[in-house]
Ligand binder design. Structure first.
Ligand SMILES: O=C(O)C(=O)Cc1ccccc1
Length: 319
C-alpha cells in the first residue's frame, strides 16, 4: 500500500489521474497546491505524488515545472493521460446564465473555455483559483456564482450543472506524472519515456548540440519546453522528454553526453509511456537500476554490437 498525495482538493482532474495510477489498496491524500503535494513527498509524509504536467491545448503547467526543478530531486515512475472536459457548476439558487456575475477556476481550465464564456457568460468576472475543485468548493461557500470544474466535481460539492462539455477545443488531454523519491527505477518495458531538466551554457549552438546528441542516437524527442532559471534575464532551463529508458545503452550514452555538455542536468525519471501495462503497485519500481535488462530493439542491438566491436578493437582482437 502506498500513500499518494495529489493536487486536490477532492474532485480535481488530478484526483482522477491519481485513481488511474493507484492500486485499490493505495491511500489518496489531497494537497492544496502542486508544490505542497511535492513537499509532502520530499518530507516523507507520503510515498508518491500525482501532479499535472501538460495539456494539449494550454501547454505546460508552470507550477509543476518549477516545483520539479527546485528542491530535492524527485523521479517520475508512471504517467497518465486523461481526456478533460469541463462543466459549469453553480449554487442551486442560480437559475440561469444571466445571474452568473463571477466565474472561478484554475487558469488552465479558464483558458480552455474562454470562447464559450465570452459567448454565454459575457457579464461574468473571471477569477483564478488554485484548482478546478477549489473553485467548486468556493462556489459552495458562496464566494463565487459559478465554477469551471471537472464533471466529477458535482459528486463532491452539492452544486447545479448549468452546462456541460463547454470546452472550446473538444478532446483536450492532460498528462499527469506519478513521482517518488529517488531510489529504484521502473523496469524498461520497450515503450518508455525519459524526462530531464538541462541547463545549457550561454554558448552558440548549445541547445542544437544537446538535441543532436539525442538525434544521432536515434532517440525521438517528444517534448521540449523552456523556463527561465529566475537568475539572469535570458538564462533558461530546458525540459526534455524523449522515448527510451536510461537502462538502454544508447539512452544512457545520450544522458552522459547531456551531463558533459550542460551546466546542470536533473534526471526526472524513465517510466512506461501512458497506455502501457502497469509496472506494479502505484508505479513502484522493480529491482535496482543495475538489475534492469533493457528490451532489445534492432536499433539497440546495432548500438550494442558497435560498442562490442570497439571493445574488441581496443583489445587487439578485431580490426
Ligand atoms: O484543477 C484541477 O482539477 C487540476 O487537476 C489541474 C488541471 C486544470 C485544468 C485542466 C487539467 C488539469
Amino acid at each position: 500500500m502506498s500513500r499518494i498525495a495529489y493536487f486536490g482538493p477532492r474532485g480535481t482532474f488530478t484526483e482522477q489521474a491519481a485513481h488511474a495510477l493507484a492500486t485499490g489498496q493505495d491511500e489518496l491524500i489531497p494537497a492544496q497546491t502542486v508544490p505542497l503535494a511535492l513537499d509532502m513527498l520530499r518530507d516523507g509524509q507520503v510515498d508518491a505524488a500525482c501532479v499535472p504536467v501538460e495539456n494539449s491545448v494550454e501547454g505546460a503547467v508552470p507550477a509543476t515545472m518549477d516545483a520539479l526543478a527546485d528542491g530535492p530531486a524527485l523521479v517520475a515512475v508512471a504517467e497518465a493521460v486523461l481526456v478533460v472536459s469541463f462543466s459549469i457548476l453553480t449554487r442551486p439558487e442560480i437559475t440561469g446564465a444571466g445571474e452568473v456575475r463571477t466565474l472561478a477556476s484554475h487558469p488552465h481550465a479558464l483558458a480552455q473555455v474562454r470562447h464559450w464564456v465570452a459567448a454565454n457568460l459575457p457579464a461574468a468576472e473571471v477569477v483564478a483559483t488554485t484548482s478546478t475543485a477549489a473553485a467548486a468548493a468556493a462556489v459552495h461557500r458562496g464566494e463565487f456564482d459559478a465554477a469551471v470544474s471537472a464533471p466529477v466535481a458535482v459528486r463532491h460539492y452539492p452544486l447545479r450543472e448549468l452546462a456541460t462539455d463547454v470546452a472550446d477545443v473538444p478532446d483536450a488531454r492532460t498528462r499527469f506524472l506519478l513521482l517518488r523519491r529517488p531510489g529504484t527505477l521502473p523496469e524498461p518495458t520497450g515503450a518508455d519515456r525519459t524526462s530531464v531538466i538541462a541547463t545549457t551554457p550561454d554558448q552558440t549552438g548549445a541547445l542544437a548540440e544537446l538535441l543532436t546528441e539525442l538525434a544521432t542516437r536515434g532517440i525521438n524527442l517528444t517534448r521540449l519546453e523552456a523556463r527561465p532559471t529566475k537568475g539572469r534575464l535570458g538564462e533558461y532551463r530546458f525540459y526534455l522528454d524523449f522515448e527510451g529508458h536510461v537502462a538502454q545503452p544508447r539512452v544512457g550514452d545520450a544522458l552522459a553526453a547531456l551531463h558533459r555538455r550542460c551546466t546542470h542536468v536533473r534526471f526526472l525519471g524513465s517510466y512506461p509511456k501512458a497506455g502501457q501495462p502497469a509496472p506494479g503497485p502505484a508505479g513502484a519500481a522493480g529491482g535496482p537500476a543495475t538489475d534492469l535488462v533493457p528490451p532489445h530493439s534492432t536499433l539497440d542491438s546495432a548500438f550494442v554490437s558497435a560498442a562490442d566491436w570497439v571493445a574488441a578493437v581496443r583489445r587487439g582482437e578485431r580490426a
